[in-house]
Write a protein that binds this ligand. Structure first.
Ligand SMILES: N[C@@H](CCC(=O)N[C@@H](CS)C(=O)NCC(=O)O)C(=O)O
Length: 230
């Protein structure tokens, strides 16, 4: 049984997609980041960066004590290695998957995240910041669009690289991107959107629907964290 510490955000969706795709038994433990659940001492024991998602695997492959994992990329890799799914064991194929997984973790995720922040949440609309992150998101979409040329999925076969990128590219409108500029991305998005496991993963998120993601009160919790108050 996998315990998934989750809130319905792009990084959360990555893991529910994997769990649904691999048909692993799991249970969701909501971490309501709007009210500061990410700072609960028990959560910080498994996720010291006060961010979700995180997992606890109660039945690890070595049959030892439960294993906890934080950071969505590390979780995807852990689950892929546990199940032998969505990450090739062939050296060359695996290397490509890991390149694109790290590309998402270090590039697309943080840049699109800042894009959301400055365009939607920042109390001041700072044109330089908005422009920088919209352009950088655009550049990254171009990179992924080129990678997808002549391929069904990012690394050839469907993999954890696709699961990492999909929930972020799905929000292209919020990121002020015109998907028509990226025809390969558009086809890829549609293909993943139609996968039954992806549909099920997003249905899980519907249980949280109707709750505003970011309220004025939650902005105080989410933005302006420092070493002292986190
Ligand atoms: N690099 C981390 C990022 C996770 C992350 O940013 N999670 C956000 C929601 S998408 C969060 O928990 N925010 C809580 C906060 O900012 O305090 C990962 O991929 O797991």
């Amino acid at each position: 049984m996998i315990e998934l510490y989750y809130w319905p955000t792009p990084n959360g969706h990555k893991i529910s997609i994997f769990l649904e795709e691999a048909e692993l038994e799991y249970q969701i433990y909501p971490i309501d980041i709007r009210v500061g659940a990410q700072f609960e001492p028990d959560f910080l024991k498994i996720a010291p960066n006060n961010r979700m998602p995180a997992i606890i695997d109660r039945a690890p492959l070595d049959a030892g004590q439960p294993i906890s994992v934080f950071e969505s990329g590390a979780i995807l890799q852990y689950l892929a290695e546990k199940t032998g799914k969505f990450l090739s064991t062939n050296l060359r194929d695996r290397t490509v998957v890991m390149e694109w997984l790290f590309w998402q973790m270090g590039g697309l995720g943080p840049m699109a995240g800042q894009n959301h922040h400055f365009a939607q949440y920042a109390p001041e609309k700072i044109p330089y910041a908005i422009d920088r992150y919209v352009k950088e998101t655009n550049r990254l979409y171009g990179v992924l669009n080129r990678q997808l040329e002549g391929k069904e999925y990012i690394a050839g076969d469907y993999s954890i690289a696709d699961m990492a990128c999909y929930p972020w590219v799905l929000l292209y409108e919020r990121q002020q991107q015109n998907i028509e500029e990226f025809p390969n991305l558009k086809v890829w998005l549609d293909k993943i959107r139609d996968r039954p496991a992806v549909i099920r993963a997003y249905q899980q998120a519907e249980a949280f629907a109707g709750q505003p993601t970011i309220t004025e009160e939650s902005k105080k919790i989410l933005f302006g964290q420092t070493a002292k108050n986190s």
